[in-house]
Design a protein around this ligand. Structure first.
Ligand SMILES: NC(=O)c1ccc[n+]([C@@H]2O[C@H](COP(=O)([O-])OP(=O)(O)OC[C@H]3O[C@@H](n4cnc5c(N)ncnc54)[C@H](OP(=O)(O)O)[C@@H]3O)[C@@H](O)[C@H]2O)c1
Length: 263
């Protein structure tokens, strides 16, 4: 049986292996990496098979997943050499366009890009996928069905992929949680209580929006009575550039993604 083969056994490969196994995915998963210690850990935790030889790993792939950092993609693909059989390849590398990937490995390799989230570890990871214009339905379905095991899947046109990448990262949640809890401590809470309060504010607020059927405007209206405390807090945050800071963050991410596309 052809396997799912990860090239690169770092953070996102580990999260995907964990999510796939959690979802009951029992087919073989092979991970090619450089660090024997990391590979052993992946074998132990997720029942994958480590394959230190790149060509041998690729030869076993039904789906090949490129999970190295963007700056390492070109040299990794060069090292693979020509592939003479139809192969589905999915790059997770942020910012690297399909045309660059195809320039390294062209047909019969069929390329997709995926942007999963480390939250896929617990089956809650939204994954964005993008395909070239000639991708067949069968190819799309094959890629989608793999990522759908670890959470919802969304198709995003490649022109919007960087914008999606910088917007949806669950790092926003962790970053906001850290900032809000730190602010809670500064106004007098102990760390544990500050974290509990901040986690409730962010996670439960968002679940209420997701599941409650009310619009964001209605929920904001309900939670922040005009003239009340929450309204004063939001207004002070906005005056200090809260929205501009978030927008500047996303723009910086897009600049970084575009730099990746030139690597
Ligand atoms: N982390 C995320 O949340 C996330 C989400 C979506 C997409 N991505 C994308 O996924 C990719 C990997 O990100 P990551 O966070 O998982 O990075 P990471 O933790 O640094 O993992 C990358 C792994 O690739 C290995 N590697 C590098 N060059 C290699 C080569 N030539 N042959 C074999 N293995 C090689 C590295 O090995 P060494 O340890 O020896 O350096 C490392 O274990 C990136 O392109 C990123 O844009 C990441």
């Amino acid at each position: 049986m052809k396997s799912v083969v990860f090239l690169g056994g770092g953070r996102i490969a580990s999260a995907l292996c964990a999510g796939l196994r959690l979802a009951g995915y029992r087919a073989p998963i092979i991970v090619h990496g450089r660090d024997r210690q990391k590979l052993r850990e992946l074998e132990r935790r997720h029942g994958v098979t480590a394959e230190p030889d790149l060509q041998r790993a690729v030869a076993q792939a039904g789906i090949l997943i490129i999970a190295v950092r963007p700056a390492s993609v070109a040299s990794l693909l060069k090292g693979i050499g020509p592939i003479r059989r139809p192969l589905t390849a999915v790059s997770l590398a942020a910012g690297i366009p399909l045309k660059n990937l195809r320039a390294h490995l062209g047909p019969p390799v069929r390329w997709a890009r995926a942007m999963p989230s480390p939250a896929c570890r617990s089956g809650r990871g939204l994954t964005a996928l993008t395909f070239g214009p000639n991708a067949t339905q069968r190819f799309r379905t094959g890629v989608k069905s793999l990522f759908a095991r670890v959470g919802p899947v969304l198709e995003v046109p490649e022109s919007k992929f960087d914008a999606f990448t910088v917007t949806y990262s669950c790092s926003h949640g962790y970053h906001a949680l850290a900032a809000l809890a730190e602010a809670g401590e500064k106004v007098g809470l102990d760390r544990k209580t500050a974290l509990a309060a901040a986690a409730h504010a962010l996670a439960d607020g968002i679940i209420a929006w997701r599941e409650g059927g009310l619009s964001l405007e209605d929920l904001l209206h309900e939670a922040a009575t005009p003239g009340g405390i929450a309204a004063a807090v939001m207004s002070a945050m906005d005056k200090r550039g809260y929205r501009q800071a978030v927008q500047a963050g996303l723009r910086a991410g897009i600049v970084r993604a575009r730099a990746n596309s030139k690597s």
